[in-house]
Design a protein around this ligand. Structure first.
Ligand SMILES: Nc1ncnc2c1ncn2[C@@H]1O[C@H](COP(=O)(O)OP(=O)(O)O)[C@@H](O)[C@H]1O
Ligand SMILES: [Mg+2]
Length: 279
């Protein structure tokens, strides 16, 4: 579970990037984070993956207080988090197979296990036939799927994608979301997708947390639709209804209404991250 309790982040230059953010994401959820440029979305990601520490409040992921990890232990924690960056960050000299394998080599996994897992994830993202291609021989969508394969290879509990449709043709968006849904379903990975893409959110509705000027201004879960197929065939005529739903007055999320409860850490911390390891 991800839990932010009254998290604020002020950068050294005085910018208040996040202000008193409280939210909970349960294991196995698939959520969107939306908000204008500069609203604090990337800061939120950086707090989740341990790149930044909160100025106040706490960031708990699977019972680990991320902001209080020792710098030297952050890499251990990151094994639980798979991030797909907007610019993919693939290694240009390595093949697709090697790019994905590299993420496991640094975990000291034995070679035969690495090969098995890489084949498995390349099949999952439908890139088995591109194993030997270099990134510059791939389309944008294929490069992104390589980045997704690399992020999930280590079986993270959480996968974060920053603007995953930013560099894709609109036609590719449905495929990409279907792939993330498959990962969420089959690998049981919690998905946090940062996006600007209203169209994608309308077509594939999911819990959506909106951030503005560092505040959570809305946290809405759509009504369940009747069937999966209904979700895939959203008619243009239906869109205004969804728009209306999304333009409602911002509501205060439940978590923010409650008194902050005592920190309750029930889940088992990751290997090597026992309580003695936090600073
Ligand atoms: N390292 C940093 N130092 C100072 N200010 C920063 C830093 N990173 C982001 N900011 C500022 O914090 C605010 C939120 O930025 P960011 O989290 O990147 O927003 P978003 O991803 O929603 O565009 C912006 O005003 C941005 O300029
Ligand atoms: Mg950003």
């Amino acid at each position: 579970m991800i839990e932010l309790k009254n998290v604020s982040k002020k950068y050294r230059n005085g910018t208040h990037a996040l202000n008193d953010v409280s939210l909970k994401v349960n294991d196995g959820e698939f959520i969107y984070i939306m908000g204008p440029t500069g609203s604090g979305k990337s800061t939120l990601i950086k707090l989740l993956d341990g790149e930044e520490v909160p100025t106040s409040g706490s960031v708990l992921v699977s019972g680990i207080n991320v902001g209080r990890l020792k710098k030297s232990k952050v890499y251990l924690y990151r094994r639980k988090i798979g991030v797909v960056f907007q610019d993919y960050r693939l290694l240009p000299e390595k093949t697709v197979f090697e790019n994905v394998a590299y993420a496991l080599e640094i975990l000291d996994m034995p070679d035969d296990k690495i090969r098995k897992r890489v084949r498995e994830v390349l099949k999952l993202v439908d890139l088995a036939d591109k194993s030997n291609a270099k990134p510059n021989e791939l389309s944008g969508g294929q490069q992104q799927r390589t980045a997704i394969a690399r992020a999930i290879a280590k079986k993270p509990t959480i996968m974060i994608a920053d603007e995953p449709t930013g560099n894709l043709d609109s036609g590719m968006t449905d495929e990409m979301i279907s792939l993330l849904e498959k990962i969420n379903r089959e690998e049981k990975t919690t998905l946090v997708v940062v996006t600007h893409d209203d169209m994608m959110v309308m077509k594939h509705p999911k819990r959506t947390i909106r951030i503005e000027a560092g505040h959570v201004v809305a946290d809405k879960t759509p009504e369940p639709r009747e069937t999966e197929t209904a979700v895939e065939h959203v008619e243009v005529a239906e869109e205004p209804v969804v728009m209306e739903m999304m333009e409602e007055e911002p509501s205060i999320p439940e978590a923010a209404k409650q008194e902050p409860a005592a920190v309750e850490v029930t889940e088992t911390p990751a290997e090597g991250l026992s309580e003695g390891e936090v600073s």
